[in-house]
Ligand binder design. Sequence first.
Ligand SMILES: Nc1nc2c(ncn2[C@@H]2O[C@H](COP(=O)(O)OP(=O)(O)OP(=O)(O)O)[C@@H](O)[C@H]2O)c(=O)[nH]1
Ligand SMILES: [Mg+2]
Length: 448
Amino acid sequence: MINKQENEQGQKGTVSFVRDAQGTFRVEEVPERAILVGVSRRTEPTSHEALDHLDELESLAVTAGAIVVEKMTQDRKRIDVSTFIGKGKAETLAERVELNDIQLVIFDDDLTPVQVRNLERITGCKIIDRTGLILDIFARHARSNEAKTQVELAQLEYLLPRLTRQWTHLSKQYGGIGTKGPGETQIETDRRLIRSRIDHLKKKLKRIERRRETQRKGRDDFVRVALVGYTNVGKSTLLNILTDAGVFVENQLFATLDSTVRSMALSSGTTVLISDTVGFIRKLPTTLVASFKSTLEEIVEADIILHLVDAAHPRFPEQIAAVNTTLDEIHAGGKPGLLVFNKIDVFEDSDKLAELRESFPEAVFISAARGINISTLMSRVEELIELQYAEFTFSINPVNYRIVNEIHEITKVLATEYEDSMVTIRCRTNYERATQLLKRFPDLQRIV
Ligand SMILES: Nc1nc2c(ncn2[C@@H]2O[C@H](COP(=O)(O)OP(=O)(O)OP(=O)(O)O)[C@@H](O)[C@H]2O)c(=O)[nH]1
Ligand SMILES: [Mg+2]
């Protein structure tokens, strides 16, 4: 590294020129030096919790490529509407920024546009909030067309209410005929450009969603199992060990953004489809949850949910709660499933594991990386399937071909017999689907 340059916005230290082996220069991103800020309340989070939360924020910041130089918390009864933290604390923050050559301040809570503007003025430094940071990581990790579209949509939805004069470059990027109405301010033009881009992205996602739906139709015969859990608990590692899926595994947050579905034969001969998808986190931005709808559909439509937990994480109970909250938010709560504690290989002190087993008697304890207790996990999944699925026999006049088609679509048909102008269909499905069929079609009869 031979030189430190100022970037376009005039912030120092984010871009440098590096000479490679051939002697040519290229521009390289230099890690930004960051301060993390959290606020504790008398009730929740306490100052101790706020510090723990900053550890998580540090993992996020490091994943986004920052160097965390300092962490600050402030105990406040009420949030300051103009600066979030108190005015005095904001001044202290400005001093720390100056002293430690800081380029970025990250808040663990979401800030209003006014708070960002005021804090940037006081500290002379770029300010981002938790949602902004998570969106940045998603943007870095998005690989597929679908993930990239979903992330861009979430970013624009986040940006729209935060538009300030600094965003005027947008119209240069997307400019053209009809973008500059007389008398309109630049911000209004930018807003209009963003809204039309949002509409475009939503339409594109609808098309992707329809394609996915067609793919899913072909999978209705199978029992579908979704791996869900907090980010970095080992979901992809488990999918890989079960099915050789070759999903990217890394000790970083949000390594996986896309859904991967693989089939797997259980020892009973039943074939299940297992899916691995994006992980959850405390305070997962609502814009992300909304735009990742088609990816999360894999969970919504699953028959069984395996909720993976990092047993070695000091705050795993909070992580379980965060996952359950998000499952409820996407209407996937209350599905049959299992709590699966992963990474049990980390416990040298076996008392801890025994305690955990006692506290969660229904859970399964595994190590995906070491392949410990994987067969126990799969037998528990088979037990669940046995409990959920049964054979049903329906009888219907075949002129009602729509009903016959629907049965073929949503169940696994085992045998079909025609007799006395009636068709008898023997199929395998779960009670929920069978009850729905009988409710929707009064002509359908169940033969016991
Ligand atoms: N010690 C130990 N580490 C594990 C185990 N399973 C996974 N890991 C590690 O945990 C980290 C995260 O694993 P992933 O499989 O990428 O986790 P994930 O839940 O898919 O994470 P995201 O996709 O980022 O949400 C990696 O460094 C794995 O090697 C385990 O059983 N024991
Ligand atoms: Mg993963």
